[in-house]
Design a protein around this ligand. Sequence first.
Ligand code: ADP
Ligand code: MG
Ligand code: ZN
Length: 613
Amino acid sequence: MNKQKKPLYYYYFIILLIFVLINTFVLPLFSTKIESVAYNRFMRDAEEEKIDTVEIGDTSIRYTLKEDAGKIYETETMETDTALSERLYASGASFSRIHTKEMNPLLYYFLTLVLPIAFLWWLGNRTFKKMQKKLGDDAMSFGGGFNPMGSFGKSDAKVYVKSQTGKTFKDVAGQEEAKEALVEMVDFLKNPEKYSKIGAQMPKGALLVGPPGTGKTLLAKAVAGEAEVPFFSISGSEFVEMFVGRGAARVRDLFKQAREKAPCIIFIDEIDTIGKKRDTSGIGSNDEREQTLNQLLAEMDGFDGSKGVIILAATNRPESLDPALLRPGRFDRRIPVDLPDLNGREAILKVHARDVKMGTNIDYNAIARATAGASGAELANIINEAALLAVKDDRTIVSQRDLEEAVETVIAGVQRKNAVISSKEKMIVAYHEIGHALVAAKSKHAAPVHKITIVPRTSGALGYTMQISEDETNLISKEEAFTKIMTFTGGRAAEQLIFNSITSGAANDIEQATKIARSMITRLGMSDAFGMTALETLNNPYLGSDTTLSCSAETAAKVDQEVITLIKKAYEEAYRILEEHKSKLHELAKFLYEKETITGEEFMEILNQPSHF
Ligand code: ADP
Ligand code: MG
Ligand code: ZN
């Protein structure tokens, strides 16, 4: 929704104004003119025999004149004037008495003012409800029961019970630690006595922290499904995005509802949108957000642990949260939700494969090994992409090949089979990729080559060498890091060696190699010159590799020099390896050029054959 959205009452005010204007200025133009006159004027008009017709009502007399029939004169009935009818008879006017029940003024106002307003109100409500429906049915993040007039300041949090999210812990794979922590909380809500007997206090709030797509929102939904208590869910951005000036009121209302429904769970997704560090500079600060945050802090303090209200929140950016939120008594428990490991990835693939018709002997482990670093969301996407590929091929069952292709689609961009590249270019790319693969194969610390392809991707890459380590490793040795740099430089080295010219195809390799070299020197203590000194700190371990240099300018210059030297050394080493195995390089590049995609096994087979050249 739009941030500059005007509050609702603004629109109602405008409608009311238009209505009043119409009533006072436009409507009278269409009705006959009635002129009020004094009684003596009426008597004189009668005496002078000017009167045409007279209607004598209970409280007023209306009459018209002979000479001006379009105009109506009105005067008040005078009870004391008993001779009126005789005088009128004498004047020759036609007169009659009418029992106009004068309209009750209350009824009059009801018909002209209250009814139209009520109608407009109803119309407005209806339109808003429609808009509401269109705006989003994502039940998890968008609240329901929103009534534009009746609920100013009401939170739009939605209450969930078990059946509504349809998710349980079974739907979450590979996040065992997070699940364990949450199971404990669910248990506390179900059996509070068990905990109070010992005197144990549950933390008031828990913060799910981890990179995007790892299943934080999913975990919260699962908690809702398992806990069987009311579950209020709202996304942080809704607090600020909806109607300006209502964020704080919303928080207040959310907690009020929660207190009434306790035991229950409040889930605030993407809490960083409201929980950002408050700006002390005063420039670019956001009053609205600050008020919302202050209200949230106040509400959390107003709880005591025995109330049975647990506050869950999720964020990708824990470092940007206001420290006040993390103080004891607020979100004092952090539940890390990290990227899945090898087993986790396999489990996640299997969870999502339940919804899809899969072939009988699918090797999930192989797919899991090929997707190191992928998030749960990406893995779910791979399964779906594989299913789409099968459909495209008119098959009803997903095969291993579909999965492998889906890995590439999701991780490296969609294959562009019909993109035209010249044969000269294709040749260069083939040598480049074999350069990577050969350097990796001839180094001790490199992961084995799984697949090499020179089919271009939409991501822009013209070729791609996939390496898969045998097993998950969390530690990387200095030698392995150096070998990685060497492998990255292998592509360019092959171009130089064979064509004696270099291309832009190594741009990404250069970036990657530099990144590794830099972190080896500044963060991992893997250089002789600096040893174990942290020269750079990672700003956000989850999003990208934003770093801040924490050393003097001279040291920074020396670091740059070290990086250059390290990469140069790796390049020379790679070049030496390729030179030594030049005949194999030719043979493999030719093979790749013809086949476009070769497997790790094919690669190793040719590599291990006695050379033809
Ligand atoms: P986050 O909130 O951490 O950014 P989500 O919970 O929105 O991530 O995850 C997006 C989708 O990815 C989920 O709906 C689910 O399909 C899939 N997914 C992510 N993590 C997992 C997991 N651990 N197990 C199963 N599916 C997962
Ligand atoms: Mg989320
Ligand atoms: Zn390359």
